[in-house]
Design a protein around this ligand. Structure first.
Ligand code: ADP
Ligand code: MG
Length: 725
């Protein structure tokens, strides 16, 4: 029998040339292209009448309501700018709860019968759109009879143009809500949480004698991703449907040698990066850092931080752009949290801080005692938020994909704690242990040296095991998954910290009636830190001891998504979100419903794909090999020889095939019993029964991969996918 030809060509993939010529216009410098496809406020200002511009500015900077006249003026300016750039269509660009983005295009002009054209874009079109909302998840927020949803312009995030060789269109960032005004998207609660934080922070700043116009959180995300040659990607049904390999044996050489991390960037990958970065610059996304990551074929890109709402929009655009540009280089950008078993997965460290409109970072230890008092206040307020809402922070990063990373010694554990570094821990201890006046070693509060010790900004890298680390002038939420929208984690942080600030403000306001600022603050910080001290952990988050210690401290340890999501139904949490007008009870319930449903759907797709690969690809290959072995044994015997080795192999492969049959049977049985009465019940059952059954199928397949003839094996293997760059 002629050998079956391998279905894919590793050599060709390895040799695939970098299309180096004409991929980017090198004559254009970064300063030329930065923001060329985004309408910055400055450009808009130049194109709008002064009086209307002033009103718009109030909306953007101070959150004031937008009126129709302003919208009309802005619409005209936008349309002119966009059509000058060749855009023919516009779309309200929004973020439904699927975690990705959505758009529906309309043309700026419609041809009429007389052969002319009518312009169709006014303030009304800018402010409000009405996409057909019925196919986006609403988690029960929208009955079918009220399927309409509407989109509303978010003037705080700049509009931008997406280019295609065949035409361009204008994207208008919008919020997406039901007809009753309930949020159907990620942006609406994010904007509301910014408002909540703004209010609380301004109130607190007043106590320190600071009048701020607007306070917001700032965010910078470090995006990790894999690049896989398309030759392999499209021959893996699992990568295509699930974004991760559902089967596949570990390569003989994985990341053991650690030679990839920060190593020099392969040529083709560098070409891709340079191209992607230029595309991002055009959109006004300030990317700054690029490097190889820990796993083979894994990389990272990070922008300079921005106001959280803009950063969240830009984060979505970044994922879209990476995916899109990779294809130009014969690569697929894989954003999944755990594409390869046994190989480090990807996260999205979400750096977060609080800043005034003037750019004063409230989590930056200051240069005067007064600034330091203020810093300690906000710092403690963050810890207060993290301590009281560890459950919500955990739930905000709970996805089927992230379950593979958290606690797997490559990412922080599922226990939420805060790393604050040695120096601040020292400060905290001194605050806790009695009189500020005499025990402050570092001489805080006007005694001795007048300021806090300078904190190294890179303190964070010394402890990569913490899910939430203070890194000198910001916190880094490290447990966020690489493919998820960062909005919900930021919403939780903004809101939890808004509450923390309010709690501290209230305490401080009371104390200030009795004593002056220094003394009053010392008192309330001590009181607060005493309550929340257990959230601080500077040790090794990967260790087994921490699991034990955290339990002793009473910290939550919700290992999987199925354990974490139910907290969204807790009274404490609906109270938090409704008090701060971020999500009402119905909106929060709908998130729970949608997240659980997404989890269940993800697992179902993975199960179906695993089954199909096992039955239609692996089984045929394994049995063909079995037949080859059996025939070989027969033929050897005909020559009067003993085929002992072949018979051993035959037995091993046969055992493997039988094991696969059994595992498939087990998976089918597990699936038959999936309860459908309630999404959380389904999720729990998926976790306890279906996933282990699916893993058993994987084990059987991976066993066979080690024995079946390489020539017959139908799937590209880890070695090929990870080491052809
Ligand atoms: P580190 O070395 O601690 O990771 P970097 O300076 O490399 O720090 O920053 C990592 C990310 O954190 C970048 O995206 C950066 O823009 C972001 N970042 C820095 N300062 C802030 C801040 N004040 N608020 C939010 N993000 C920030
Ligand atoms: Mg970092």
């Amino acid at each position: 029998m002629a050998p079956a030809a391998r279905r894919y060509d590793t050599l060709a993939a390895a040799k695939s040339t970098v299309p180096s010529q004409g991929m980017v216009d090198q004559a254009m410098s970064i300063t030329d292209i930065f923001g060329q496809n985004t309408l910055t406020l400055d450009t808009l200002k130049a194109r709008m009448p002064k009086s209307t511009w002033k009103k718009l500015q109030k909306t953007v900077q101070e959150g004031e309501k937008l009126d129709a006249e302003v919208a009309d003026a802005a619409a005209i300016a936008m349309k002119d700018w966009a059509t000058e750039k060749g855009a023919t269509h516009f779309t309200h660009w929004f973020q439904p709860l699927t975690g990705s983005t959505a758009e529906k295009h309309d043309s700026f002009i419609t041809p009429n019968q007389g052969g002319g054209a009518i312009s169709e874009f006014s303030g009304k079109d800018l402010i409000q759109g009405e996409p057909d909302a019925s196919s986006f998840p609403s988690g029960g927020l929208r009955a079918t009879f009220e399927a309409r949803g509407y989109t509303a312009w978010d003037p705080t995030s700049p509009v931008f143009i997406i280019e295609n060789p065949n035409g361009s269109y204008l994207c208008i960032p919008t919020a997406f809500a039901s007809w009753k005004g309930e949020a159907l998207d990620h942006k609406t609660p994010l904007l509301r949480s910014v408002e909540a934080l703004n209010k609380s922070a301004k109130r607190a700043l007043k106590l320190f004698g600071v009048e701020a116009v607007r306070v917001t959180s700032t965010v910078g995300c470090e995006q990790e991703y894999f690049l896989i040659d398309q030759e392999f990607f499209y021959r893996r049904p699992d990568l295509m449907t699930s974004g991760r390999t559902l089967v596949g044996a570990k390569p003989p050489r994985g990341q053991e040698l650690d030679d990839h991390y920060f190593g020099s960037i392969p040529d083709r990958v560098l070409s891709f990066m340079l191209d992607a970065e230029r595309e991002l610059y055009k959109l006004g996304i300030p990317v700054k850092t690029r490097h190889n990551e820990v796993a083979p074929s894994q990389y990272e890109i990070a922008p300079i931080f921005e106001q959280c709402n803009v950063a969240a929009d830009h984060q979505q655009l970044m994922m879209i752009t990476l995916r899109r540009v990779a294809k130009k280089y014969g690569l697929e950008c894989v954003l999944h949290e755990k594409p390869f078993d046994g190989i480090n997965g990807s996260g999205k460290h979400t750096n977060w801080s609080i800043s005034t409109e003037g750019g004063v970072n409230l989590l930056e230890p200051g240069e005067t005692p007064h600034q330091n008092l203020q810093f300690l206040f906000f710092f403690t307020a963050v810890l207060h938020g993290v301590y009281h809402h560890q459950d919500l922070l955990r739930a905000s990063i709970a996805t089927a994909a992230n379950d593979h990373r958290l606690g797997a010694n490559e990412a922080p554990p599922a226990i939420i704690s805060a790393y604050i570094g040695e120096q601040l821990e020292d400060v905290v201890h001194q605050l806790l242990n009695g009189g500020l006046k005499d025990s402050m070693k570092s001489g805080l509060l006007g005694l001795g040296t007048p300021v806090l010790p300078t904190l190294p900004k890179h303190a964070g890298d010394r402890n990569r095991t913490s899910p939430f680390a203070f890194t000198g002038n910001k916190f880094e939420f490290r447990a966020v998954g690489s493919s998820q929208s960062v909005s919900f984690p930021i919403v939780v942080l903004n809101t939890a910290v808004a509450e923390g600030i309010d709690v501290l403000s209230e305490r401080l306001e009371k104390e200030l009636k009795k004593s002056k600022l220094e003394t009053a603050l010392g008192k309330i910080l001590r009181k607060t830190l005493k309550e929340i001290e257990s959230i601080i952990f500077n040790g090794d988050g990967y260790s087994d001891e921490w699991q034990v210690e955290a339990e002793k401290r009473g910290l939550l340890n919700m290992k999987t998504t199925a354990d974490a999501l139910p907290v969204l139904a807790d009274k404490k949490n609906s109270k938090l979100f409704s008090t701060y007008k971020v999500l009402n009870k119905r909106e929060l319930d709908s998130r729970l419903e949608i997240l659980a449903e997404q989890y269940n759907t993800t697992i179902t797709i993975e199960v179906d794909t695993t089954e199909s690969i096992a039955k239609t690809m692996v089984y045929p290959a394994a049995t063909r090999y079995l037949r080859n072995l059996a025939q070989a044994a027969e033929e050897v015997k005909e020559h009067g020889l003993e085929p002992t080795g072949t018979l051993d192999m035959l037995k091993t492969v046969n055992n493997g095939v039988n094991a696969l049959g059994e595992a498939l049977d087990g998976l089918r049985k597990a699936q038959e019993k999936v309860p459908h009465s309630n999404v959380l019940k389904t999720a729990k059952y998926m976790q306890t029964d279906v996933i282990p059954a699916m893993n058993a199928v994987r084990d059987a397949v991976d066993f066979l991969e080690r024995y079946v003839s390489d020539e017959l094996w139908p799937l590209p293997v880890y070695r090929e996918m990870l080491f052809v760059k």
